[in-house]
Design a protein around this ligand. Sequence first.
Ligand code: B12
Length: 280
Amino acid sequence: MNGGPVGRSAWTAGQVARHLRIAESTLRSWHRRYGVGPRASRPGSYRRYTAEDIARLQRMHDLIRAGMLPSDAAQTIGGPVPVERPLEELVAAARELDNARCLAVLEQAFAGWGVVPAWERLCQPALKVIDADQRTEPDCVDREHVLSWAVTAALHRVDRPPAEPGRPLVLLACVEAEQHTLPLEALAAALAQHRVAVRMLGAAVPTTTLVHAVAAARPTAVVLWAQSPATARLDAIRALGAFPVTRVTAGPGWPRGRLSGTERVATLPAAVALLLDPAG
Ligand code: B12
């Protein structure tokens, strides 16, 4: 290991992969799937492997060659390496447009803290920081795309146990022309963890499509996200008035007060609480 071109305490993924005689993609997948990778350190240096990291990876490699499943090998060598400063890590990875690294940090946070705390303590602040970057560097919206992709991908990987019979069925949709899906993705994952059945229509759902989906799925509640007043469409709310559903407006685009016959939620925990028991 001493012969590494960047010294004992700072090996790149490529150097470690060559040393272990494995593909770099394998090394990255061990990191992503099992949390076995370089210990989180100072921002900018997170991709460097220490001698200790490499020794653990060597042991993991030996165990797999001896016939052990990678997941079992990862547990045997001590499980995932917790990311020490997830927010700094996530922001640094987004600034480097490193989807995989963002995903690894987010997956650990969702698995370790749960969806709601990880959304509030990690995703919301990271999105704020990355959004603020555009004030000094207007074209760096690419970072926001990478981070949004990773948040979505990590939320899709959250365990979703089968819905409990008798629980409400919740339909989630962004109003027409609305591309901001992340809060609904977080809500979908959080509800699924509570074994609530969820139907997610995603971005920019035309009102006619929404009406069709509600008629077909017969949900107990419908949550409509509008990020800005420009996309908030009252006709979508009105159109759902014909169905026996709890209509819930979410997102800063809607008028502040409660629209007649509808519920309004302002935060993820409030939305989860309401939707666990929409009739309550
Ligand atoms: C990620 C992002 C994107 C991504 C969206 C990816 C995706 N799949 O969702 C992309 C890059 C696609 C995007 C595109 C655009 N975006 Co954008 N985007 C954002 C960003 C950074 C986060 C959005 C988000 O998820 N917010 C939710 C959380 C993270 O926000 P928060 O303030 O922490 O949360 C508050 C509430 O929403 C609530 N809350 C939080 N989570 C939850 C969950 C639930 C269930 C509930 C009920 C409440 C709730 O609690 C907080 C207190 O109010 C925001 C900036 C920001 N921080 O919000 C801009 C922002 C929303 N975007 C903005 C703009 C202008 C755009 C574009 C028009 C840019 C362009 N010129 O193309 C397009 C619009 C596309 C469209 N037609 O919809 C503006 C909106 C301004 C406005 N009021 O109209 C913002 C505010 C950026 C800014 N500083 O100006 N965007």
